[in-house]
Design a protein around this ligand. Sequence first.
Ligand code: KG4
Ligand code: ZN
Length: 351
Amino acid sequence: MIDGKFAILAIESSCDETAAAVVLDGRQVLSNIISSQIDIHKQYGGVVPEIASRHHLDNINHVVQRAFDEAGEKRAAETGVPDARVTMEDIDAIAVTYGPGLVGALLIGLATAKAYALACGKPLIGVHHIQGHICANFIEHKELEPPFMALVVSGGHTNIVEVTDYNECHVLGGTRDDAAGEAYDKVARVLGLGYPGGPLIDKIARKGNPEAVEFKRVFLEKDSMDFSFSGIKTGVLNYVNSEQQAGREISVPDIAASFQQAVLDVIVAKTVQAAVKMKKDKIVMAGGVSANSKLREMMAAECAKRGIKLYHPSPILCTDNAAMIGCAAYYKYKAGEVDDLTLDAIPSLPL
Ligand code: KG4
Ligand code: ZN
């Protein structure tokens, strides 16, 4: 315990960020260390699973130590005690992402968390990565409580989730092929923008005309809350090829803006429709793509029209981090959901 608050050491290693955090009572973050491998994977145009695992292994102990050091520094600043420290003795439970994600990457975080739990006699709490993304909102919006409608848009997931309580949710829809972030990353590659594509498209689209090219909006069956984004990647590729074959110069900002508009028109419409249908007056966005400035603008405008309150975390808590895992773990612990050392990595863990 720290100041009478339940202290969790959280670990996240499901993809290409090695992360550790110290979180108090679920919503107060003492430290949030993220060691990103983006520069390493950039040269391959995407995450290489084997390389990700090796780097997690190299980094994890150091990242955990930094999480303790930074938590100590924060305590020192808050209490005025210059040598205030946070150590494993202050920690009440160890939280870790156990799926979904890359199996080799997950295993590094999981083995580390289990080793600490066993050696220090602390309870172990396995967290679903997507649950973590949603919980990132609780950290920054202290007044936020379920129920609400959540939109999870990341490199690996696109889901509309009805959150009825801290540990209870129903997936209403998901992608049938590519995730939204995956579509951004693939289109960015076609446009020669680099990796990861989401933030690059977000930026360059600001200079383009979203109506320049009419890409197909895929709504699927009437009232379906599912998504399909693989067609738009092919649409962009075909458009670029045909323009180049005709000897016409392409405008990357126009294509980026038009692609983004097509994807976001569908995402925003379906999420708002889900909230209205399920009578929710709050929408919570989560995952890497929820950092997108145009998505935030469009969703805010649609929510304002319908009196729906919109929440999203600041960009650092949108992408992968361990603070969100610590937050989710706190609510699991309060509900008595604790794991033992048989907890295993589940790469395609359902929500
Ligand atoms: O949540 P996250 O860090 O990892 C997964 O769990 O997948 O999300 C990473 C994804 C990448 O596809 C990245 O391109 C996308 O989030 N992303 C963005 C933006 N920032 C990150 N997509 C669109 N606009 C952004 N500003
Ligand atoms: Zn993620």
